[in-house]
Structures are given as structure tokens and as C-alpha cells.
Design a protein around this ligand. Structure first.
Ligand code: P6P
Length: 335
């Protein structure tokens, strides 16, 4: 596949692959592309303009809302709302979903989008990369009726597309529509994304493990045993520990170099910290499309049936053989 193809060219060339085609995917990805460029501009100048620091508001997660969180949320909502294809949006920054009616007020739009507008935003003030994560489904309730919660509470295997933007040393848009994973790098001078990482693949094995070891004593025994396994001298172990504290960045590095990301449940976070619908499901979709896997320690993430918009799940994701080894440790010590 020719590198340096622009994202726009790529979308047009691959539009037919999107089973619900008729250009709707193009509009969706173009909306995300536009919002990503706007957010990238704001993130890159955050240190210069006093728009970082706490917004003073507290979001539904009970966390201080960084101003850029709010800005990113608003930009994605705005660009996704006026494309006549989205009937509803759920965001980490909003307690309930946002219903979007078609211009003819006949609820003709077919897709719902779930989004974490700026994941890892606590890293903004220390100039560490952050990301946007998005997940796209076709609605399941009848077209012509208002969108309902049921349209959002679909298992991750129903996703028609998912992706992330990583605002790092360079800004990249990485996404999949179910036909592999491709990465596009933004040339900020001209505001164009270019295909830089065609057909991204997780290696079956890796030697990087990513976990916040500060929580070690709170982890389930199976996770503790896996971490000790990673640290033993044998074969290509001890592995390397790399943890940025930004899911998108840790995931992206591990997909390129091989590795596993772990966010277990703990006595402090009995269901884990990460959100199933707009963090784990999209990242799991991309991982599987790239030949990796994603589990809650016992079950495939994409098979989980959601019951709440902001529900959390333990999350283990990356190189297939590393995730299955982790699962073996969890099965041996299931509590
Ligand atoms: P901790 C950021 O808040 C986030 O949701 C992920 O991006 C990141 O991997 C994780 O939480 C970091 O959490 O508890 O290790 O600081």
C-alpha cells in the first residue's frame, strides 16, 4: 500500500469496504479528522495559553475537569452533530447520552458515536501525550425514532469502526473499520494526515509490560503472579516495564513494539478504572484488528454485554500470547 497517501484519498479508496457505505463512513471519519486537527492545535499550545489547569468544574467521573477536556468534548460534539449521520453521542464528559435529531426532525441518522474526548488529560500540565478515543456503532432501534440507551449499550463486537488520535511528538489518527488498522500522521504545516503506518500489527509476543506498579499490593493474586513472571530471568525476561499513564500512548507503543497493557481491578477500584464503552471496547477492537487481543482477565472484552454507559472493567490488552499468559495466571488464582 503506497505510503504518503492522504487520509482523504484512503477513505475514498476504501469506502466500498464499509458495509453500510453510501459515503457515511467518509463523513464520520472526516468529522473526526477535522475535530482532531482543532484539538491538536489547542493541545499543542496548551503550555502557552492559560487554558490548562483545572476548569474548576467536576465531571461525571468526579474528577477535576481540565479546560482542554471540555474544549475537546465540545469540538467533537460540534463536528459530529452537523454531519447528518449521527443520531446520538455518548461522552466521558456527559452523564447521559446526547440525542441528535436529523435536520428534517425525522430521526433518519443511523450511527451512534461514543467518545473519550481527551484521555489522559491529567498529563497535559506535564507535557505528556494525551489522546482521543472513539467508537462507532450502527443504531439498533428503528430509524425514525429517537435514539435510546439501548443503541449505546451494545457489545464491542458490534462496532463498525473505532480509533484513536494520539497527540504526541507527532499527532496520529489510527483507526479500523474492520479491515485492519492503519495509522495516519498529521503534517501540521498543511493540516493534512498522511498514511504513515499501513496495516499495523501487534506481534504475537512482546517484552514490554505496562502497568501502574504503585498499585501492586492492591492487585488480584493472578496479576501479582504475572508481574513477578515478567520480572523473572528466563528466556527474553525480565521484560521491560514502560508506563506513560496515558492509555492511548501505552497502547500505541505496544502495538508497534509488542507488549501488554494492564489495568486490573484492585481493592481501590473493584471494577478497574477504565471505561468499557469508550475506552476498552474501541481499543479492544483495534487490538483484535491488528492481530492482538483484549480481555478482562477471563472474558473477551468485545463479548461483554454493557449495562451502564460509564461502567468500568478490568482491562488487559496487547500481544496475543502475552494476554493469554496473563489469563492463565488469572485462572490459576481467580480472586
Ligand atoms: P493511573 C488516564 O486517566 C487513564 O484513563 C488512562 O489513559 C491511563 O492509562 C490510566 O488512566 C492511568 O491511571 O491510575 O495509573 O494513573
Amino acid at each position: 500500500m503506497r505510503k504518503n497517501k492522504t487520509l482523504g484519498e484512503f477513505i475514498i479508496e476504501n469506502q466500498a469496504e464499509f458495509q453500510y457505505s453510501s459515503g457515511e463512513l467518509s463523513k464520520l471519519i472526516n468529522a473526526i479528522r477535522l475535530a482532531a486537527k482543532v484539538v491538536n492545535h489547542e493541545v499543542n499550545k496548551a503550555g502557552l495559553v492559560d487554558i490548562t489547569g483545572s476548569y474548576g468544574d467536576i465531571n461525571v467521573q468526579g474528577e477535576e475537569q481540565q479546560k482542554l477536556d471540555v474544549l475537546a468534548h465540545e469540538k467533537f460534539i460540534q463536528t459530529l452533530s452537523n454531519r447528518e449521520i449521527v443520531c446520538g453521542i455518548a461522552s466521558e464528559e456527559e452523564e447521559s447520552f446526547i440525542s441528535i435529531n436529523s435536520l428534517d426532525h425525522r430521526h433518519q441518522n443511523k450511527y451512534v458515536v461514543l467518545i473519550d474526548p481527551l484521555d489522559g488529560s491529567s498529563n497535559i500540565d506535564v507535557n505528556v501525550s494525551v489522546g482521543t478515543i472513539f467508537s462507532i456503532y450502527r443504531r439498533v432501534t428503528p430509524i425514525g425514532t429517537p435514539v435510546t440507551l439501548e443503541d449505546f449499550l451494545q457489545p464491542g463486537k458490534n462496532q463498525v469502526a473505532a480509533g484513536y488520535v494520539v497527540y504526541g511528538t507527532s499527532t496520529m489518527l489510527v483507526y479500523s473499520t474492520g479491515h485492519g488498522v492503519n495509522g495516519f500522521t498529521l503534517n501540521p504545516a498543511i493540516g493534512t494526515f498522511y498514511l504513515s503506518h499501513p496495516n499495523m500489527q501487534y506481534s504475537e509476543d512482546g517484552n514490554i509490560y505496562s502497568v501502574n506498579e504503585g498499585n501492586y499490593i492492591h492487585f488480584p493474586q493472578g496479576v501479582k503472579n504475572y508481574i513477578k513472571y515478567c520480572q523473572q530471568e528466563e528466556g527474553d525476561r525480565p521484560y521491560t516495564s514502560r508506563y506513560i499513564g496515558s492509555l492511548v500512548s501505552d497502547f500505541h507503543r505496544n502495538m508497534i513494539k509488542g507488549g501488554i497493557y494492564l489495568y486490573p481491578k484492585s481493592s481501590k477500584a473493584p471494577n478497574g478504572k477504565l471505561r468499557l464503552l469508550y475506552e476498552c471496547n474501541p481499543m479492544a477492537f483495534i487490538a483484535e484488528q491488528a492481530g492482538g487481543s483484549a480481555s478482562d482477565g477471563f472474558r473477551r472484552i468485545l463479548d461483554l454485554q454493557p449495562t451502564e454507559l460509564h461502567q468500568r472493567t478490568p482491562f488487559f490488552c496487547g500481544s496475543k500470547n502475552m494476554v493469554s499468559t496473563l489469563e492463565e495466571f488469572m485462572h490459576k488464582s481467580p480472586i
